[in-house]
Design a protein around this ligand. Structure first.
Ligand code: MTE
Ligand code: MO
Length: 469
């Protein structure tokens, strides 16, 4: 809209408190949403995006993105977004990390160079599909700046010496295959593990996981044209190299077993779309391999080369990282050759809401608890049990939500919701203090989630109310 002042995203990012006013960007506009948030149900969650784009919140709460709400929203417009910021990238040639994409303010980084960040946990359980801008980011190296028009994917079969180069257009000519799949970092929830025994690595919370739809060419179709077919090759592994390189010019790399790569029901895809949009730079633009059911590390982003081989990838991340060891092994005694590279991940579940220490309203002696559950290998979650008495008794959750389009595989996560009875002393309207004591992982497909509840008395609630006034 003409006549309004122009602001940059950096200026928008400075407005994150009621005192400074809360600003957000949407398309070409800048909005002062301080009042909008106050009047809007769910506004407290939008607060997590204060100073950033409102777009992923429309995606989470699709009900809001209707003409009526957008018209109301438009009345809060205070300016236009600087043209240079509408597409979003920063540029500083003197720094290997000088060409990183701009990230949403709601992503909280555990490291900036390389960029690693996860979204606020309560947002995760709000939508079966994680919006692109809120999907956790796990980068080991600077994000490469790839031009889609000149992008090339090299293919090489070491057994037949067949070679090929595909452009993005060539990849798009293959039948477009869409799956819903969860990608999780092996380090998800490491911060809790560290409380038991120190482990090296980024201190991830519980949100180094996300669920998206991915579209692209099936790897088995592409390999068939290279002459690599099930039963006709002696290859054992398919290696992937990224276009991101370390200071010695070595690319990020990983490999998967040939069985998974050639399985016509394995759904491994060379994805060029994430949730219906070109894959964002942080997630592998223009092409990443999605290996559903397999640890995040093998889902190589910015895919530059595929090598069909008798050998696993010799990259650091396949050989000397992403492996599991017994508790008596430490960094001085570890022999990485003694453990296989992680492929399919085991089952996992986590509580997303309430957060540890949250004050929650007790309704008819119960509180609402929500979370996710997922298993590697495409194993479907059939039940999630919750305990509110330290694991003595368990109750199955009421609602499970998941994508079932690839039955019997379930590549995507299951969101669960339940009401948990709180202890004897709980009166309707009292507050309950949640103390999450981690999650017990039972056998595959069945997740047990332990929500410990400390129930506070009416008197304490009065005190809290007094403080809030
Ligand atoms: N691919 C490349 N080329 N470089 C990387 O650093 N990180 C891997 C994997 N693929 C990585 C990569 C790891 S460890 C994880 S968990 C996932 O990408 C993270 O994917 P995301 O950032 O899209 O969430
Ligand atoms: Mo990872």
């Amino acid at each position: 809209r003409s006549g309004l002042p122009e602001y940059t995203l950096d200026e928008v990012a400075k407005h994150t408190t009621i005192k400074e006013r809360i600003w957000m960007a949407y398309r070409h506009g800048v909005y002062d949403v301080t009042e909008f948030i106050a009047e809007h149900p769910g506004g407290d969650k939008i607060m997590m995006g204060a100073g950033g784009s409102v777009e992923p919140f429309w995606a989470l709460y699709a009900v809001h993105k209707n003409p009526h709400v957008l018209n109301i929203f438009e009345t809060y417009r205070i300016g236009n977004l600087a043209a240079a910021d509408v597409g979003t990238s920063v540029s500083d040639m003197s720094d290997p990390y000088g060409k990183e994409p701009r990230r949403h303010v709601a992503l909280k980084p555990s490291s900036r160079k390389p960029f690693n960040a996860e979204p606020p946990l309560p947002l995760l359980a709000d939508s079966l599909i994680t919006p692109n801008e809120l999907f956790y980011v796990r980068n080991h190296l600077p994000v490469p700046d790839v031009d889609a028009a000149s992008y090339e994917l090299e293919l090489n079969d070491e057994l037949s010496n067949n070679e090929k180069t595909l452009t993005l257009q060539d990849i798009r000519k293959y039948p477009k295959h869409t799956i819903t799949a969860t990608i999780m970092c092996a380090g998800n929830r490491r911060s809790e593990m560290t409380k038991v025994k120190g482990v090296k690595g980024l201190s991830w919370g519980q949100a180094a996981i996300g669920n998206a739809t991915w579209s692209g060419a099936r790897l088995c179709d592409v390999l068939k044209d290279l002459g690599v077919e099930d039963g006709k090759t002696d290859a054992l592994h398919v290696q992937f190299e990224g276009l991101d390189t370390d200071p010695a010019s070595m690319p990020y790399g990983a490999s998967i077993p040939i069985e998974k790569a050639l399985d016509s029901h394995g759904d491994v895809i060379l994805a060029y779309e994430m949730n219906g949009e070109p894959i964002p730079r942080d997630h592998g633009y223009p092409v990443r391999v999605v290996v559903p059911g397999v640890v995040g590390a093998r889902n190589v982003k910015w895919l530059g080369r595929i090598i069909v081989s008798k050998n696993e990838s010799d990259a650091h991340w396949q050989q000397n990282d992403y492996k599991g060891f017994a508790p008596n092994v430490d960094w001085d005694t570890v022999d990485f050759k003694k453990s296989p590279a992680i492929q399919e991940l085991p089952v996992i579940s986590a509580v997303c809401e309430p957060l540890e220490g949250d004050q929650v309203k007790v309704k008819e002696g119960k509180i609402k608890v929500r979370g996710y559950a997922w298993s590697g290998g495409g194993r479907k979650i059939v039940r999630v049990d919750v305990s509110s008495d330290g694991g003595r008794t368990w109750q199955a959750t009421d609602t499970l939500e998941s994508d079932s389009s690839r039955h019997p595989h379930a590549w995507g996560w299951t969101l669960w919701t339940t009401e948990v009875p709180v202890g004897k002393g709980a009166k309707p309207g009292s507050e309950s203090n949640v103390d999450k004591k981690g999650v017990e992982e039972d056998k595959e497909q069945l997740c047990r989630t332990n929500v410990e509840l400390k129930v506070e008395t009416e008197a304490l609630k009065q005190e809290v109310d007094d403080k809030q006034q």
